[in-house]
Design a protein. Structure first.
Length: 150
């Protein structure tokens, strides 16, 4: 007896999102705002979704639901305040996938340029593939607005 199955997504196991965000705020303010918005101030269009971000090499990024419950998103792979935050892990995908998330900041004339990428490899579900760009755009626009409001 033989069986075959098609694995969804196997024809394209990678994902790449790249964005550049101009922020009218100093680099130090923008970096601290980035940590806040990915951490305790995190939210989706549907709900507040506070996260824990341990901002040191090897630190965890996770959603703490209390009583020992939660969802692990990744580890801080590299951090160089105020120019780099890099995280590796499954992020919002609770299945066989690995992601590299990078925020690289540079300053010019009191403004900050954020170069962002999310690279992922694995059997990425189609609903995640379709929504990832809009999701990161929403988060990155919140970072911009919060930094500029300070």
């Amino acid at each position: 007896m033989s069986a075959s199955a098609t694995i969804p997504g196997i024809e394209s196991p990678s994902l790449l999102v790249e964005q550049e965000i101009q922020v009218d705020a100093p680099i130090a303010t923008t970096f601290e705002t980035l940590l806040e918005q990915l951490g305790p101030e995190n939210e989706t269009p549907e709900q507040k979704m506070p996260m824990k971000l341990e901002a040191w090499p090897g630190g965890r990024w996770y959603r703490d639901l209390g009583d020992g419950n939660g969802h692990f998103w990744g580890h801080v792979q590299a951090i160089k305040r105020p120019t780099l935050l890099e995280i590796t892990g499954p992020l919002f995908m609770s299945y066989g996938v690995v992601s590299n998330l990078q925020y690289r900041l540079s300053e010019s004339s009191g403004c900050t340029l954020i170069k962002f990428h999310h690279k992922a490899f694995g059997l990425i579900q189609e609903d995640h593939r379709k929504g990832v760009n809009a999701g990161w755009t929403q988060i990155n626009q919140r970072i911009k607005a919060a930094a500029e409001a300070k």
